[in-house]
Write a protein that binds this ligand. Structure first.
Ligand code: FES
Length: 106
């Protein structure tokens, strides 16, 4: 499953992720700048905030209420396509996924 991360400076990095892994875990495994995953994916930090490319918004599914609340509470620059990348699991349906890494979080 290919995932492309776009950095805050516009640099693109495409990596090969495993189905079932989260977008956050995949980024950490490949040393993607700006995705820290401080809380290990338990929706408690927002250091994994990304913007999902419009073309993949539907495929990534709906945000849970707790994800929404975390984004609103902790992330800066929240947009309609904001997601916590630890809550997005890779699958074949998401092959080619493009996410933009959000600016540094508090
Ligand atoms: Fe902490 Fe996603 S890794 S909220």
């Amino acid at each position: 499953v290919k995932v492309t991360y776009i950095s805050t400076t516009g640099e693109k990095t495409t990596v090969e992720g495993k189905a079932g892994d989260s977008v956050m875990q995949t980024a950490v495994d490949h040393g993607i700048d700006g995705i820290v995953g401080e809380c290990g994916g338990s929706m408690a930090c927002a250091t994994c905030h990304v913007f999902v490319d419009e073309a993949f918004l539907a495929a990534t599914g709906e945000k849970s209420d707790s994800e929404e609340a975390m984004l609103e509470g902790a992330a800066s620059d929240v947009r309609p396509n904001s997601r916590l990348s630890c809550q997005i699991r890779l699958s074949d349906a998401l092959d080619g996924l493009v996410v933009q890494v959000a600016e540094e979080q508090m």
